[in-house]
Ligand binder design. Structure first.
Ligand code: DX5
Ligand code: ZN
Length: 220
C-alpha cells in the first residue's frame, strides 16, 4: 500500500501560495488537497475554480479536490476543467450519490466519497469497488486547526476491514487534526492518504513536509 501526504492549502498564506505549494512538492508530497466550502453544507466559505486554475499552473502534484458543497454535481465539470485530478464529494451533500460519481468518472478523473464524523462507515459499503478513495473526516468539516476525534479512527479500522473482506485495496483518506504525533496511530487504523493543513503550512512548510515524508517512509 502506498502512503501519501496531501497538504491542505486551507492553512497556507495565500499571499505566497505558489511558493508554499512548491515547497511541499519538492519535499515529496504527491498530492495537494484543495478544500472547497460553500457556506451552506459547511458554515465557512473558502475558494473555488479560479484559484484551482492558478494552482494547476504551479504544481505537478495530484490535485485532490474535496468538495464540501451542497449538490456538487452542479460544479464537477468546472472543477475538472480547472485542473482537478481527484474529486471527492460528501455522501451527505448529494441527492443522488451514484449519479454524482458517474458524472465525475465520465469526465475522466478519480472519484472519492467522504463521510462526516456522525455518518457511519456502513453507508459506504455499496460503493466499494466503484470509487477510488474513501475520505473519513476526522473532524467536523468546515475549519482547519481542529483536534482529531478519536472515534473516527474506529470507523477507519472498520472500513479497512470491510475493504479487506471484499479483497480490495481502495485508498482511505483521513482529513482533520492530523499531525506528526498521530501519524502512526492513523496508519495503524488503516488509512493511507493523510491530509494535513496546519501541521504542514503553519511554520516551515518545507521542513514540516520533510518530517511527514520521513515518518511515512519509515512506516513502509
Ligand atoms: C476541514 C478541511 C481540512 C482542513 C484540515 O474541513 O476539510 O482539509 O484543511 O486542516 P487541519 O489539518 O489543520 O486539521
Ligand atoms: Zn479537506
Amino acid at each position: 500500500m502506498e502512503y501519501v501526504l496531501s497538504p491542505s492549502i486551507l492553512s497556507a498564506d495565500f499571499a505566497v501560495l505558489g511558493n508554499e505549494i512548491q515547497k511541499t512538492e519538492s519535499e515529496g508530497a504527491k498530492y495537494l488537497h484543495f478544500d472547497v466550502m460553500d457556506g451552506v453544507f459547511v458554515p465557512s466559505i473558502s475558494f473555488g475554480m479560479p484559484v484551482l486554475k492558478s494552482v494547476r499552473k504551479v504544481t505537478g502534484q495530484v490535485l485532490d479536490v474535496h468538495l464540501m458543497i451542497t449538490e456538487p454535481i452542479r460544479y464537477v465539470e468546472e472543477f475538472v476543467k480547472s485542473g482537478a485530478d481527484i474529486i471527492t464529494i460528501h455522501y451527505e451533500a448529494c441527492k443522488d450519490v451514484r449519479a454524482t460519481l458517474a458524472k465525475i468518472r465520465e469526465l475522466g478523473v478519480k472519484t472519492g466519497i467522504s463521510i462526516c464524523p456522525e455518518t457511519p462507515e456502513t453507508v459506504l459499503e455499496e460503493f466499494i469497488g466503484e470509487v477510488d478513495m474513501f475520505l473519513v473526516m476526522t473532524v467536523h468539516p468546515g475549519f482547519g486547526g481542529q483536534k482529531l476525534i478519536p472515534e473516527t479512527l474506529d470507523k477507519v479500522r472498520r472500513l479497512r476491514n470491510m475493504l479487506e473482506e471484499k479483497g480490495t485495496e481502495t485508498d482511505i483518506q483521513v482529513d482533520g487534526g492530523v499531525h506528526l504525533g498521530n501519524v502512526r496511530e492513523i496508519l495503524d487504523a488503516g488509512a493511507n492518504v493523510l491530509v494535513a493543513g496546519s501541521a504542514v503550512f503553519k511554520g516551515d512548510a518545507a521542513a514540516n513536509t520533510r518530517e511527514f515524508m520521513e515518518s511515512l517512509r519509515s512506516y513502509e
